[in-house]
Design a protein around this ligand. Structure first.
Ligand code: SAH
Ligand code: SF4
Length: 369
């Protein structure tokens, strides 16, 4: 990270603290909410009631919390906010399966979140940062630069936003993928707090195995995550199996090269027993060669992994193109021969630019701070 970026981040964090002073309730963990309410002289059980309104009934206003005394509802409304993001714009894909919402946060910054409805799954793809400091060359978020980290509540609220929407149709959110804007492991505490809140059995109660965290390969973050005792799925955005090529596509590789990354991945598997997913955006003539397939297979032989192949989604700032059918077939033939499990992800939501890496393209930044 350059000095300029570091300064920018520090400024943003100061601003975030100012926002938090209004007590956005989705930013609070249960003990903090409880001490807020007992500090107001409320009986201990009130916090559990309010928690239920926030995470089970998904109330978007204090008026709905009818079993709380009116005086408490009034105080909550005066001194706190639930933290429901404002929807600025909604785009639906032509097939109706994908919906992308541009959400405005308390300080005017915006993030994008996507709801995917395929068969029985209802998956929210949510952001962890406004922008991203990593700058992978093919990614729209990376091309636009970094603004600030999201708070835990801002991360949680994106998933709950879609859950609320589904609830009105008698439906439920089944999966959450941290694969929107930003690098979750560079916003570690807030991301972890958000995951804990989403999987809380007394709250939103999402199954841990229905949560996927996608990282570009922040090695210290992977190591730390391995020790959290969670059963979430880790996805690592690999895109290249040689350092020479990965250095070019994913700048962070110059800091954490493939050897260090794979040691951290083996360690993650050893400690959690969870098979790791490796993401690979297929770029015509760049990383779809038989040599790259071979190098990938060599890295993964004997390691319980799943490769997720995604033909590149075009972005304005990168000239690369998605691989042709023929080149994909040649690539997967190598994986087949080496018995490496993979999935080829269909391109979804591309007509609304909600495909991977396309978040941010149509987004207008919030006010400069
Ligand atoms: N920062 C994290 C999570 C957000 S990016 C990460 O990089 O993993 C989510 C996924 O979209 C990553 O796998 C990323 O490599 C992929 N992606 C980014 N730009 C893309 C593009 N133009 N086409 C296809 N996938 C892309
Ligand atoms: Fe950041 Fe992930 Fe995009 Fe890379 S792919 S720039 S890490 S959001």
């Amino acid at each position: 990270m350059t000095d300029r970026q570091t300064n920018k981040q520090t400024n943003k964090q100061t601003n975030q603290l100012t926002n938090q002073q209004t007590n956005q309730l989705y930013d609070l963990d249960f003990p903090t909410l409880q001490s807020l309410l007992t500090g107001w002289g409320e009986p201990a059980y009130r916090a559990r009631q309010l928690w239920g309104w926030l995470y089970v009934r998904l109330a978007d206003s204090f008026d709905r919390m009818t079993d709380l005394p009116k005086s408490l509802r009034e105080r909550l409304a005066a001194e706190t906010a639930i933290g429901v993001p404002e929807v600025v714009e909604t785009l639906e894909s032509a097939d109706g399966e994908t919906r992308k919402d541009l959400l405005r946060l308390a300080d005017g910054e915006t993030v994008e979140a996507v709801l995917m409805r395929y068969e029985r799954r209802r998956t929210a793809c949510i952001s962890t940062q406004v922008g991203c400091p990593i700058g992978c060359v093919f990614c729209a978020t990376g091309q636009a630069g970094f603004r600030r980290n999201l708070t835990s509540g801002e991360i949680v609220a994106q998933a709950l936003h879609f859950a609320r929407l589904l609830q009105t149709h008698g439906d439920r959110l089944s999966n959450v993928v941290l694969m929107g804007m930003g690098e979750p492991l560079l916003n570690y505490e807030a991301t972890l707090a958000a995951i804990h809140r989403l999987v809380d059995p007394q709250g939103f109660n999402l199954g841990q195995r229905h949560v996927t965290l996608s990282t570009v390969g922040v090695v210290p973050g992977i190591r730390r995550l391995a020790g959290e005792g969670l059963q979430i799925t880790l996805a690592v955005s690999l895109h290249a199996a040689t350092d020479v090529l990965r250095d070019e596509l994913v700048p962070l590789n110059r800091r954490y090269g493939l050897d260090a990354l794979f040691v951290a991945c083996y360690d993650y598997f050893a400690r959690t027993g969870r098979r790791i997913t490796f993401e690979w955006a297929l770029i015509e003539g760049v990383n779809d060669t038989p040599e790259q397939a071979q190098a990938l297979a060599a890295r993964l032989t004997g390691f319980p992994a799943l490769v997720n192949l995604i033909p590149l989604n075009p972005t304005g700032g990168y000239a690369g193109a998605p691989s042709s059918r023929k080149r994909i077939t040649a690539f997967t033939a190598v994986l087949d021969r080496q018995h490496i499990p993979y999935t080829l992800r269909l391109r979804r939501g591309t007509d609304i630019q909600a495909g991977c890496g396309q978040l941010r393209q149509r987004t207008v930044f919030g006010p400069a701070v």
